[in-house]
Design a protein around this ligand. Structure first.
Ligand SMILES: [Zn+2]
Ligand SMILES: [Zn+2]
Ligand SMILES: [Zn+2]
Length: 624
């Protein structure tokens, strides 16, 4: 059982304004209003009518028009709340192993009508039935092998093994749900997507969601437009809407428009800490515009989308989110935004700023006073070498692991620009690989420390960004494994025999890993509610681990110092303790992951590290 954990508040983060102005009945979100229309240059948007300090929740959107697991997760996640069930792998989207595994996963039960979808509880099942599944269930049952040429999941055996292909593409299923509801005259759907010819009664409704249909029609070589057409016909057919000739053509064109609206407005909903992934469409949240320098971001909890302030937002300011990974390069961002059919005019795009330049001008730097990288000067003057001569990096043999990634990252490494993609992604993959495949926990830990101190702070300047908090949790999880192994002297046996491994294991043995773990967990517990919600799985895991640590005897002094540090990161005694016992060791581990680990990870064990630029040795020799 987890008891409530006292949550000290970061003095840097003020509370949201207590009494936001009342909202209008058709837009029930205090502190937000809609602005503009389809004809204004940026279309519609969301504007703050109250102040929202960095770290506060702006609004929750608990009633999406559409929310369902994607095809890949349809057998492993509840079809209503998207909670992953027992036996599903929880970390397929990169959260690192073991994250958020405290709450036991529910057994999922298939709908006995169609045997196509699963639910975590009777409550979810009946909510889903009432909302849409009573219409969808017979339709799914009716869809036989013919439509998509794949197999319908039928007997219990395949179900238990989780085998069999999901037979309806996610986009088609989304359209199906909306069409079936339109057929019954569902006003929410009609108001959102407008009429579809010959589907239900036509009322002249245009729908508030924008579709950018012209953009999709003219997109690239027209393949996507053709695909959308095929999906539209499949959705009509599987919804049991039987039309012919001109009527079918008109309805299919209407559904293609609906699919364009879905593409433009729905979220690819990923719970980064659990294995739930799917689609979420909320008509009100869909009004939020894009910026590569957003002041807000969206997280998901069950069927609820939560809009959170990434930095202080003032009255009258537009609330903007990033539709894409805004840490990608400008070219990659433009490509990703191509699907939304607008040229982004944000400052990051206009001036082509990289993550370090974005970080340098961020107003949120001071929040990092309580973090693993509290030297605020580093954010303003990052330790990179912009004009560093990038020597022609030696190429590892073609069959070495991560050959391409090596080439993509070695230039960045020479300039010490570790926060620029794909470096952080590669390092993240390496943590997962060393933790789960190679079982070299010392390496995984060193790399995780590097990510948390050299990559994440620059790429996500606010210390409560979910990605950063999860980076901390990754370190804490690893320390919770290495600490007991170090204490019994067994860590060495589990970390391979390379020189780097031995050095790391010796160094770890001298560190107070429990204090390091406790301090990091305290950060997670402090920032978790600002990152996501009080109910975040990551937060739950952190609280459980802290309880385990609280059971250890004779650590009163350490625990008190860490607690004091979180309450006031500038209090000198506490700060001195944390500097010496936590931050310094973490930086030592981080520094070990450069050099040897980097080459070993990318070029295989026992690779010879090339000398620095200017040396005559330019060849990277990989021994068998
Ligand atoms: Zn559920
Ligand atoms: Zn069913
Ligand atoms: Zn931009």
């Amino acid at each position: 059982m987890s008891k409530p954990y006292p949550r000290p508040r970061n003095p840097q983060v003020p509370l949201p304004s207590p009494n936001p102005p009342p909202s209008s009945p058709d837009f029930p979100y205090p502190g937000l209003r809609r602005t503009g229309d389809a004809n204004t240059p940026r279309g519609r948007g969301l504007v703050a009518t109250a102040t929202f300090p960095a770290g506060s929740a702006i609004a929750a959107f608990p009633r999406p028009l559409l929310c369902l697991p994607d095809g890949e997760h349809v057998r492993t996640a509840c079809d209503w709340c998207l909670r992953p069930g027992a036996g599903s792998s929880g970390t397929d989207d990169g959260g690192g192993a073991d994250l958020g595994e405290v709450r036991p996963r529910p057994k999922l039960n298939a709908c006995t009508g169609c045997r196509c979808v699963v639910y975590c509880s009777k409550t979810c099942q009946s909510a889903a039935w009432k909302a849409v599944h009573k219409l969808e269930c017979p339709a799914l049952r009716g869809v036989k092998d013919g439509v998509f040429g794949a197999t319908r999941i039928n007997g219990k055996e395949t179900e238990a093994k989780g085998e069999g292909k999901w037979f309806v593409p996610t986009a088609v299923r989304c359209a199906m749900q909306l069409l079936l509801r339109l057929k019954t005259g569902d006003r929410d759907v009609r108001d959102a997507v407008g009429d579809i010819p010959f589907v239900g009664t036509t009322s002249g409704a245009k729908g508030v969601l924008e579709g950018n249909v012209h953009g999709f029609r003219d997109y690239e070589d027209g393949t996507m437009w053709k695909d959308l057409g095929a999906q539209a016909r499949a959705a009509l057919q599987s919804s049991g809407i039987e039309l012919e000739g001109d009527k079918l053509a008109a309805a299919a064109e209407g559904v293609r428009g609906l699919l364009c609206r879905l593409q433009t407005n729905a979220f690819d909903r990923r719970d980064e800490d659990v294995g739930a992934a799917g689609v979420l469409l909320d008509v009100d949240l869909a009004m939020a515009n894009h910026s590569c320098l957003p002041n807000a971001y969206v997280v998901f909890a069950g069927r609820t989308a939560i809009l959170r302030a990434e930095r202080d937002i003032g009255v009258g300011e537009e609330v903007e989110i990033s539709y894409i990974d805004n840490n990608l390069s400008k070219a990659e961002r433009q490509k990703a935004l191509g699907l939304y059919h607008f040229g982004c005019q944000c400052r990051r795009c206009q001036e082509d700023l990289d993550v370090y330049q974005v970080c340098q001008s961020s107003s949120t730097i001071p929040l990092n006073i309580l973090s693993l990288q509290p030297d605020l000067d580093l954010y303003k003057n990052p330790p990179i070498e912009r004009n560093h001569y990038v020597y022609d990096a030696p190429r590892p043999p073609i069959d070495s692991p991560n050959y391409d990634l090596y080439h993509m990252t070695v230039g960045l490494k020479d300039k010490k620009m570790y926060a620029i993609e794909p470096f952080p992604s590669l390092y993240h993959q390496l943590v997962v690989r060393y933790e789960t495949e190679e079982l070299n926990l010392a390496y995984a830990l060193a790399i995780a420390c590097f990510l948390a101190t050299q990559c994440h702070p620059y790429g996500h300047v606010v210390p409560f960004k979910p990605w950063r908090v999860k980076g901390l949790m990754m370190i804490a999880q690893l320390l919770s494994h290495t600490a007991p192994l170090s204490a019994t002297g067994e860590l060495g046996k589990k970390c391979g025999t390379t020189k780097t491994s031995r050095v790391l294991v010796d160094e770890l043995a001298k560190m107070d890993q429990v204090s390091m773990c406790e301090a990091i967990l305290r950060l997670v517990v402090h920032y978790g509610p600002m990152a996501h919600s009080d109910d975040w799985e990551v937060l739950r895991s952190a609280r459980e681990l802290l309880e385990d640590i609280a059971q250890l005897q004779g650590r009163e002094r350490e625990s008190a110092a860490i607690a004091a540090w979180v309450r006031d990161p500038e209090q000198s005694d506490a700060r001195a303790f944390v500097d010496e016992m936590v931050l310094k060791p973490i930086n030592v581990l981080a520094s070990r992951s450069m050099g040897w680990v980097f080459y070993e990870a990318l070029c295989g064990p026992n690779s010879v590290v090339p000398d620095a630029p200017g040396s005559s040795v330019r060849r990277l020799v990989c021994q068998p």
